[in-house]
Ligand binder design. Structure first.
Ligand code: NAG
Ligand code: NAG
Ligand code: NAG
Length: 305
């Protein structure tokens, strides 16, 4: 639905005018738009500035199809459950961040809606069991951050691997069907934060991984094999969580090369041998959990979070 064209602002009634002028004299910083009733339209932004901006009507329809209420301005801050964040472009504003949470079962993503929302940099799905669909190329190009927590039922590695401009990927409690992490990550060159946890992901840690990563969380999967050198050369890595997998072998001495590491969990795997001394040289390590492995040492936990 298009918003009805707003009527031209009517001049203030003559009796009001002297009062208004006195008022403006006393409070010169207040613009007339704050005093006069706002021109009527359901989708105007909060009228603190004199320019009223509106969300692209095409995007309003897309949000409605996704069950996001639009009777109030979806671009006002904070919006309904913080679901939408908009830019300030003119003449129409555009949604740059969208969170769909606790979706009712009748909500579905549609290609048309997602195409209209191709200005999104961030898309978060929380408890939203919509079936995954093909994303339009414009959205794939624009997306920087994608989150699916307890959502989407199931995704394939090939589907995720298209999202090549992501800096942030979080998949938790979603079944991920792939022959291994490499299939998903091979072309995500810009990734900084990566979580694929509790996803039943099988396979081996990738032998090559992009070096801008600061966070890796593969916890709660079925990954096997050992920790490859590709992980321990990530000198910007601050947090590494490989807990609750089937990883094995010795913890490599090169783990001490992770000079930026603050959090490390290798708990609940099948690592064996001794804990490398090099770990004690990592300056900022505040939390380490190596419990529930077959390591020689008894004390496998330090710090607290
Ligand atoms: C919305 O965001 C504000 C500020 O970040 C936060 O304080 C508030 O709890 C959020 N509300 C919801 C419903 O998430
Ligand atoms: C990633 O973004 C750039 C522009 O920032 C764009 O040229 C490129 O096509 C995008 N990549 C993909 C796979 O969409
Ligand atoms: C690692 O992941 C597990 C399970 O997802 C979580 O409980 C734990 O807090 C995480 N630990 C760190 C150090 O991030």
């Amino acid at each position: 639905m298009r918003p009805p064209p707003s009527p031209p602002p009517s001049p203030p009634p003559p009796l009001l005018l002297p009062f208004l002028l006195v008022f403006l004299f006393i409070f010169p910083n207040i613009t007339t738009s704050q005093i006069l009733p706002p021109t009527h339209s359901p989708i105007t932004s909060p009228s603190s500035s004199s320019t009223t901006t509106t969300l692209d009507p095409k995007q309003i329809r897309a949000l409605q199809s996704l069950n996001i209420p639009t009777s109030k301005d979806p671009c006002s801050q904070p919006s309904y459950q913080n679901a939408t964040i908009c830019d300030n472009t003119t003449p129409f504003r555009h949604v740059t961040s969208l969170t769909l949470s606790n979706c009712p079962s009748y909500v579905a993503l549609s290609f048309t809606a997602l195409k209209s929302l191709s200005t999104l940099h961030t898309l978060h799905l929380l408890n939203c069991h919509v079936p995954p669909i093909r994303f339009p190329p414009e959205l794939i190009s624009s997306l920087r951050s994608f989150t699916a927590v307890n959502s989407l039922r199931r995704v394939t590695g090939a589907w995720l691997s298209q999202l090549q401009n992501l800096t942030d990927l979080t998949i938790t409690n979603v079944q991920v069907k792939a022959s291994g992490p490499y299939v998903i990550l091979a072309h995500m060159n810009k990734l900084q934060s990566l979580t694929i946890s509790h996803a039943n992901l099988i396979g081996y840690l990738p032998g090559h991984i992009h070096s801008k990563l600061t966070h890796i969380d593969f916890s709660g999967n079925q990954l096997k094999g050992n920790i490859p050198i590709s992980i321990t050369i990530l000198d910007t890595l601050q947090s590494l969580n490989l807990s609750s997998n089937s990883l094995s072998g010795e913890i490599p001495a090169s783990i001490g090369d992770l000079i930026s590491l603050n959090f490390l969990s290798l708990a609940s795997n099948s690592f064996s041998g001794s804990i490398p001394d090099s770990i004690s040289a990592v300056p900022g390590l505040v939390h380490m959990d190596l419990s529930s492995n077959q390591l020689n040492e008894f004390y496998t936990e330090i710090g607290s979070v």
